[in-house]
Design a protein around this ligand. Structure first.
Ligand code: F6R
Length: 587
C-alpha cells in the first residue's frame, strides 16, 4: 500500500525513480510524484492516475541536474487522489514522501495552524512534514528524532532538507529498506523497486534514522547501529509477465511450480511441521483471502483432528476481547507479512504470552521476523493485486498441517502422502482447461449479481471464489452456505442469475444438490463444480476426486480462472483493480 523509492548517487535519478515506481505500482496507483534536488534547488512533479501519467509529465519538463531524488506512488487515505494530495510534500526546508497513516494528524495540524503554518493539501503527510520542519535547525537527525516522538501511527519516510545534500529515511510499522549499489544508495519500501540495480540491502528497524551521504549511517536514539547486509532472492526477471497478458494469469499459471516448491520439503517428512494437537485451541487470524484460506484450514483441522479452531478477521481480533484460557496457538496468515491488522493481532497474542506461528511469503517481512515460528510459502513475488498463487499455497500448507494433526489424532491413511506428490500435476491439468472457464465466463459476464454456494469446506472455498470474482470484475457477488440462501438472499435470484455451486464433500452432497434445485426452480443459471458427474444443470466442471485434505486445491484454480476470464471480458484493469492495493499496511 503506497510505494517509496529514494536515490542518492552518481546518476540523474529520473529513470531509477520512475522505474522503481512502476515496480511498486501494484501497491497503490491513484497518484504519484517525484522530487529532485540539485544544490538548494528542489523540483517537485506530481500527477494523478497511473505512473505512466507521471512519466509523461516528467518527460515534458526540463529537469534539474540532480543526483538525488525521492518518489512515491499513492493509495489515498487522507484526502482524495489529487495533485495537491500526491507526494512528495514540501513544508519549509523539508521535502518528503510517506507510507502509513499519522493518526494524530488533525490534532497536530490544529496546533501548527495556530503557529502560522500554511497547508496546501488534506493529507496527514503534509502535517508530518511540517512537524519535522518545525524542529529543523540544521541538524536533520535531531529534527527527525524529535518529530517522530510526536507522531502517532505508522510511517515510512524518505526525506531531504533544502540546505543539505544528504538523504534520510526512518520508519515505524511500515517497511523500508536501504539498498547498496556501486557508490549509489537506494531507499525503497519494497526490494522489488530497486532489484534491477541491486540485491544488497538492509532492513531498517523501528525508528532507526538512516542518514545517506556517500555511506550510510544508521542511528537509534542517537546511538550508532551496525546494519546487516542481506541478499535478496528475487530476481529482476521475476517481475516479468513472461508473455502472459496479465500478472494475474501468469501467477495462476505458476501454481503447479510453486506448489511443487512449497510442498517438496514436507513430502515423506512431516516432522518439519508443528503438531497442532499439542494445543487445545487454534486461532487463525488474517485478512481477506488469507482469512478465507484460514476457513479451509479450520474445516480440515476440526473435521480431521477434532481440534477447536476459530478463524478471525485480524482487524476485529486486534481490538476484541479474546479469551486465552486454553493452551492456544495463534496462526497468522499473510502473503506480504506487512498487513497492519495482522501484525497488530500477532503482537496482541505475543503480549498475552501466546505462541504464534506465521504462514508467510515474504522473508524478512515484519510478520516473518516477529512471529514465534514461521512456515514460508514459496510463491515468489506476487504482483497482481488480487492474490492467487499465494492463497493457493496458504491453503496447501494448512492442508498439510491438518493432515499431520489428523495423523497425530489416530488417522491411518498413508495414501494421502502419495497424493501430495501428484498435486502439482493435477493442478496443471485443471489449469489447461482454459476453454471451459471461458465458456462459463461468456455465459455470466454481463450479469450484475452472482452467487456462490457450498457447504462446509465447499463453502470455505466458495468465499474466496466470490471475493476473487468481485475484486477483479466489479460484479456484485456473495458466497452463501448452501442451506442459508433461502433464509433471505434467494429473493435476489431470478431469471438467469448465475449461481456457482461447489459440491465436493460427499457427506453433504445431496443436501447441496437440493439447494441447487431450489435456485434452478427460480430461474438461476446453475454452474456446478464437483468431483462427480452431476447432470441436469447449465454447466459442469468436473475436477478429480481427491482426499478431503487436498480437494480444494483442484477447485480453487477453476474459480480463479473464471474470475480472470469474466474480468477480461468486461475490460477491467485486472492486475490493478480500482480502489485496491497490495499489502494493506494501514488500518
Ligand atoms: C485479495 C487479497 C487480499 C489479501 C489481504 C491480506 O485478493 O489479495 O484480500 O489476501 O489483504 O494480505 P496479506 O496476505 O498480504 O496479509
Amino acid at each position: 500500500m503506497c510505494g517509496i523509492v529514494g536515490y542518492k548517487g552518481k546518476q540523474q535519478p529520473k529513470e531509477i525513480l520512475i522505474e522503481g515506481l512502476k515496480n511498486l505500482e501494484y501497491r497503490g496507483y491513484d497518484s504519484s510524484g517525484i522530487a529532485l534536488k540539485d544544490g538548494n534547488e528542489i523540483q517537485v512533479i506530481r500527477s494523478v492516475g497511473k505512473i505512466s501519467c507521471l512519466e509523461e509529465k516528467v518527460n515534458s519538463e526540463k529537469l534539474l541536474d540532480a543526483r538525488m531524488g525521492i518518489a512515491h506512488t499513492r493509495w489515498a487515505t487522507h484526502g482524495v487522489p489529487s495533485v495537491e494530495n500526491a507526494h512528495p510534500h514540501r513544508v519549509g526546508k523539508v521535502t518528503l514522501v510517506h507510507n502509513g497513516i499519522i493518526e494524530n494528524a488533525s490534532e497536530l495540524k490544529e496546533k501548527l495552524l495556530k503557529e502560522g503554518v500554511v497547508f496546501n493539501s488534506e493529507t496527514d503527510t503534509e502535517v508530518a512534514c511540517a512537524v519535522i520542519n518545525k524542529y529543523y535547525e540544521g541538524d536533520a537527525v535531531k529534527a527527525i528524532n524529535k518529530a517522530i516522538k510526536e507522531l502517532k501511527g505508522s510511517y515510512a519516510f524518505c526525506i531531504f532538507f533544502e540546505d543539505s545534500d544528504k538523504l534520510y529515511a526512518v520508519r515505524k510499522d511500515s517497511p523500508l529498506i536501504v539498498g547498496y549499489g556501486d557508490d549509489e544508495i537506494y531507499v525503497a519500501s519494497d526490494i522489488a523497486a530497486i532489484i534491477n540495480y541491486t540485491n544488497q540491502y538492509s532492513l531498517l528497524e523501528e525508528n532507526e534514522v538512516c542518514e545517506i551521504d556517500k555511506d550510510v549511517k544508521v542511528t537509534l536514539n542517537g546511538k550508532k547501529v551496525k546494519k546487516e547486509i542481506l541478499t535478496a532472492t528475487i530476481s529482476a526477471d521475476s517481475k516479468d509477465k513472461c508473455g502472459y497478458e496479465h500478472y494475474m494469469l501468469k501467477e495462476i499459471m505458476e501454481e503447479p511450480v510453486v506448489l511443487e516448491k512449497t510442498l517438496k520439503p514436507y513430502v515423506d517428512n512431516l516432522d518439519k511441521l508443528p503438531d497442532l494437537t499439542e494445543y487445545e485451541e487454534i486461532h487463525i487470524v488474517a485478512c481477506g483471502s488469507a482469512m478465507y484460506a484460514g476457513m479451509i484450514g479450520k474445516t480440515l483441522i476440526e473435521e480431521n483432528a477434532n481440534l477447536r479452531v476459530t478463524v478471525e478477521v485480524a482487524s476485529e481480533y486486534r481490538y476484541k476481547k479474546v479469551i486465552y484460557d486454553r493452551k492456544t496457538l495463534v496462526i497468522l496468515i499473510s502473503q506480504s507479512g506487512e498487513t497492519a491488522d495482522t501484525i497488530a493481532a500477532m503482537r496482541k497474542a505475543k503480549m498475552a504470552g501466546i505462541e504464534t506461528l506465521a504462514i508467510v511469503n515474504v522473508v524478512g517481512s515484519t510478520i516473518a521476523r516477529e512471529s514465534g515460528s514461521q512456515i514460508f510459502i514459496e510463491a515468489g513475488p506476487e504482483i497482481a493485486v488480487a492474490t492467487t498463487k499465494a492463497y493457493m499455497l496458504q491453503v496447501a500448507i494448512l492442508s498439510l498441517l491438518a493432515y499431520k494433526a489428523a495423523l497425530s489424532s489416530g488417522l491411518d491413511d498413508k495414501n494421502v502422502m502419495a497424493e501430495i506428490k501428484k498435486i502439482p500435476r493435477m493442478v496443471r491439468e485443471i489449469l489447461d482447461r482454459r476453454d471451459d472457464y471461458l465458456e462459463i465466463a461468456k455465459a455470466i459476464y454481463k450479469r450484475e449479481d452472482i452467487f456462490f454456494i457450498g457447504r462446509k469446506i465447499d463453502y470455505a472455498v466458495s468465499m474466496e471464489g466470490s471475493l476473487k470474482l468481485k475484486e477483479v470484475s466489479y460484479i456484485h457477488s456473495e458466497a452463501y452456505q448452501a442451506g442459508e440462501l433461502k433464509h433471505g438472499t434467494i429473493s435476489l435470484v431470478d431469471d438467469g442469475t448465475p449461481v456457482i455451486s461447489i459440491i465436493t464433500d460427499k457427506d453433504i452432497r445431496e443436501k447441496t444438490i437440493s439447494n441447487v434445485q431450489e435456485v434452478k426452480a427460480r430461474g438461476a443459471k446453475c454452474i456446478i463444480i464437483s468431483n462427480e458427474e452431476i447432470t441436469g444443470y447449465d454447466h459442469l466442471i468436473q475436477v478429480p476426486e481427491m482426499s478431503n485434505f487436498f480437494q480444494p486445491l483442484v477447485v480453487v484454480p477453476c474459480l480463479q480462472l473464471i474470475a480472470y476470464e469474466v474480468a477480461k471480458l468486461r475490460g477491467c484493469d485486472i492486475d490493478k483493480p480500482k480502489n485496491l492495493a497490495k499489502s494493506v499496511t494501514v488500518e
